[in-house]
Ligand binder design. Structure first.
Ligand SMILES: Nc1ncnc2c1ncn2[C@@H]1O[C@H](COP(=O)(O)OP(=O)(O)OP(=O)(O)O)[C@@H](O)[C@H]1O
Ligand SMILES: [Mg+2]
Length: 320
């Protein structure tokens, strides 16, 4: 669907995007994360044909986005990070205005805009002035407007910034709904927990470099490496450590008072076998569970590594 190859963007001497390559398959809900100034908006604007890169290529459904900007704009709905000011424009007029830019007939606009306003839950605001809408409503209106020409790809630059928790949940539901309708969606955000709840793939950017990308599970695996297992126990800690150490592919990461942390490359059956051995040897095991890496930890890990390395050589990349 979207393919970016070796993208660079310099603002004068400043390198805002450095050798970024990325593939987003059709139907993905892709989360773009990274600290302030990482280069997300720059990449997004190039992706949407609003800015030219210094080098590299962007293709959408096989069409070169840089040389066919008009065609590309038909395929993309863009929700910018800044809403803009619309004095004296009512919600319906706002939709009409954008609809007419796509040269749609007024009947078509009316029908579509009614449907879209319903989709984003703004049907009862048609006669309200845009500037008086709440921030969450403005964001949803912006999504409705971006969908007017039925684009295959929807790109949203921080649609959740400044939204209260309820508005965020509504936005999340709207995006999941749109994904269900077959749209491919790219969303940038700082709110990692939210992205991990709705996205199936992510790209983490730091200082202009894409430090990790791919399906969330794959990126997690490639960063966290072996699975982590936590065993809680009442008695027999030393025996448990001994048994764990006897298994190839198991490393004892830490030993607490009543807790053992292991990293391992065992199958589920092998784990069950090892726990069975511990119990048979008299260890009082009270529980065990897999430690799930969070997107937060992942983010800290890859951005931190990047600083330590001071370069991009070992950037973790996994493609689809
Ligand atoms: N028009 C411009 N001229 C010069 N430098 C720019 C311009 N636009 C962006 N930059 C710089 O490029 C870098 C990347 O900016 P960008 O807006 O792409 O980051 P971002 O990841 O979207 O950040 P944020 O999370 O704050 O939105 C920043 O250091 C920024 O200062
Ligand atoms: Mg930005």
């Amino acid at each position: 669907m979207l393919q970016i190859n070796n993208l660079y963007k310099n603002y004068g001497k400043f390198k805002a995007v450095k050798n970024l390559s990325l593939h987003i398959p059709k139907g993905d809900l892709f989360g773009f994360v990274g600290p302030n100034g990482a280069g997300k908006t720059t990449t997004i604007r190039i992706m949407c044909g609003l800015m030219l890169p210094s080098a590299g290529s962007v293709t959408i459904n096989g069409v070169d986005a840089l040389t066919h900007q008009k065609e590309i704009k038909r395929q993309i709905g863009y929700v910018p990070d800044f809403f803009g000011v619309y004095d004296n424009l009512k919600v319906r007029e706002y939709m009409d205005f954008y609809g007419s830019m796509y040269r749609m007939g007024s009947r078509e606009i009316q029908k579509l805009s009614d449907d879209l306003l319903e989709l984003v839950n703004l049907s009862d605001k048609k006669e309200v002035f845009v500037d008086t809408l709440s921030r969450g409503m403005k964001q949803r209106l912006c999504v409705a407007r971006a969908l007017l020409h039925n684009p295959a790809l929807l790109v949203l630059d921080e649609p959740n910034s400044g939204l209260d928790p309820r508005a965020r949940v509504e936005m999340k539901e709207l995006l999941l709904n749109l994904r269900g309708m077959g749209k491919t969606i790219v969303i940038s955000s700082h709110i990692l927990s939210e992205l991990s709840e709705m996205c199936n793939s992510i790209g983490i950017m730091d200082h202009g470099t894409l430090v990790a990308s791919g399906r969330i599970e794959d990126v997690m695996d490639s960063v966290f490496g072996n699975d982590q297992l936590i065993i809680t126990l009442e008695e027999g800690r030393d025996t448990a450590v001994r048994i764990a150490n006897e298994h190839a592919g198991v490393k004892v990461a830490s030993v607490g008072e009543q807790e053992l942390k292991l990293t391992h490359s065992l199958t589920k059956q092998e784990i069950a076998g090892m726990i069975g051995e511990m119990i048979a040897a008299g260890v009082l095991v009270t529980g065990f569970h897999k430690q799930e890496g969070s997107l937060e930890t992942l983010f800290m890990r890859v951005t931190e590594n990047e600083e330590q390395k001071g370069g991009t050589e070992n950037a973790v990349k996994s493609s689809h």
